[in-house]
Design a protein around this ligand. Structure first.
Ligand SMILES: CC(=O)CC(=O)SCCNC(=O)CCNC(=O)[C@H](O)C(C)(C)COP(=O)(O)OP(=O)(O)OC[C@H]1O[C@@H](n2cnc3c(N)ncnc32)[C@H](O)[C@@H]1OP(=O)(O)O
Length: 396
């Protein structure tokens, strides 16, 4: 007689991972053109032939000075702009040309970041089981996830998910989905790729359109990739962060506070000047709920922090309401200063910077055990994830 058939419960337990999902590799990439923030107003008004709009140039200069940004990287350079002069005028139907360029450039940038994440992970790309791709530049199918899978030589059975127009919470959303996939599919190895290029939303200045001026001061291009998996295979896989808890919260009555829309002249967006205040008054509730759910009592200054640096004022508000010590948001401020707001990608750069800073801690300086990732975007949506430094989850 054979053994008794397994119950559905036993099958489910066998299908699920034993341990929590963990970050097993991180990679980032930027296009080659780097623009200093101090030079950007001159550059932008010159290439859009708008030097006569002196008030708007003065406004952009004021915002750039207060942005906390020193430089940004961009795929769109003067050569590309010369070949596509319609990009400077939002009234002209330039979407086709923008989508053509982005359809190639977005997955290629993602592939550069992913190659670094895969190298750190240490296993072949063909062992990736799932791919989650997030971008605001996707407007075609098959889309960037399909192209990235080809560029990296992923298996034809890789299970792909595309997230479009999640804006700045795309990175946080992708990480949460990757956690769920890794924990519910034993042996799964999930590649998260976020890739954003501002070319889709570049056009000249217009009176009465302060959102565009703000966006011109804030946004930059970049790609970030993360490999996520549970039950790391020693000694090849080394967890950088364990993902202990994740949630999404929508702030009521804020549908109009951040919006993005693809139009014939490129992507238009609106960012209310209330965003820093709205986030500042809602993040603590998300954090309290997250740590309550885990049954961990946390003092905010005892945590490590990876906050999406949507703008300098957002970081200032969050620091203020949580009473964070100077330096607690250093990884976020550093990424903002060196790359600007790369939308959904930015939080991956912050995680990368954070792990470098933690590794560089001096002997005797104990790195924090628990930490938080937060990302924000249209909705207003707040993504919250609690991370745990590897090595001490068991026994807690
Ligand atoms: C796209 C996504 O999905 C998610 C995102 O990340 S969206 C982007 C989120 N980022 C933001 O919301 C930006 C947050 N704001 C900031 O960081 C800062 O307000 C700032 C750097 C823009 C300005 O710094 P500040 O200390 O507030 O300076 P302040 O002197 O008050 O304002 C400077 C100018 O910025 C303008 N400004 C501030 N917020 C603005 C907004 N949301 N839209 C347009 N203009 C804005 C002010 O009106 C002011 O203009 P004037 O100089 O003409 O009066």
């Amino acid at each position: 007689m054979g053994s008794a058939p397994a119950t559905v419960g036993e099958i489910r337990r066998a299908q699920r991972a034993d341990g929590p999902a963990a970050v097993l590799g991180i990679g980032t990439a930027n296009p080659p053109t780097c623009v200093a923030q101090d030079d950007y107003p001159d550059y932008y008004f010159r290439v859009t032939s708008s030097e006569h709009l002196t008030d708007l140039k003065a406004k952009l200069t004021r915002i750039c000075k207060k942005s906390g940004i020193k430089q940004r990287f961009m795929h769109l350079n003067e050569e590309l702009l010369a070949a596509n002069p319609d990009f400077t005028d939002r009234a002209l139907p330039s979407l086709d040309a923008r989508v053509d360029i982005a359809s190639a450039a977005v997955p290629e940038l993602a592939a550069s970041a992913a190659a670094k994440a895969i190298a750190e992970w240490g296993r072949p790309a063909t062992e990736i089981t799932h791919l989650i791709f997030s971008t605001y530049s996707g407007a075609r199918a098959p889309s960037a996830d399909r192209r990235l899978a080809s560029l990296l030589g992923l298996s034809p059975t890789v299970s792909r998910t595309m997230l479009n127009l999640h804006g700045c919470y795309g990175g946080g959303r992708s990480l949460q989905l990757a956690k769920e996939l890794a924990e519910n599919n034993r042996g799964a190895r999930v590649l998260v790729a976020c890739s954003e290029i501002t070319l889709i939303a570049f056009y000249g200045p217009e009176g009465g359109c302060p959102d565009n001026i703000l966006g011109q001061a804030l946004f930059g291009d970049g790609a970030g990739a993360v490999i996520i998996g549970a039950d790391p295979v020693s000694p090849v896989e080394r967890p950088l962060f364990e993902m202990a808890f994740a949630s999404q919260t929508t702030i009521p009555e804020t549908e109009d506070a951040i919006s993005m829309e693809i139009t014939k002249g490129g992507m238009e967006y609106h960012i209310s000047n209330q965003v820093p205040r709205l986030l500042g008054s809602n993040v603590e509730r998300c954090l309290i709920d997250a740590f309550d759910a885990l049954g961990v009592s946390a003092k905010w200054n005892d945590l490590f922090w990876a906050i999406h640096p949507g703008g300098r004022a957002i970081l200032d508000h969050i620091e203020g309401v949580l009473g964070l010590d100077d330096g607690k948001l250093a990884a976020s401020r550093h990424v903002l200063s060196q790359f600007g707001n790369m939308s959904g990608t930015t939080v991956i750069f912050v995680l990368d910077e954070l792990r470098r800073r933690r590794a560089a801690k001096q002997e005797g300086e104990a790195p924090e055990e628990w930490g938080v990732v937060m990302a924000f975007g249209p909705g207003i949506t707040i993504e919250t994830m609690v991370l745990h430094a590897p090595g001490s989850l068991e026994g807690n």
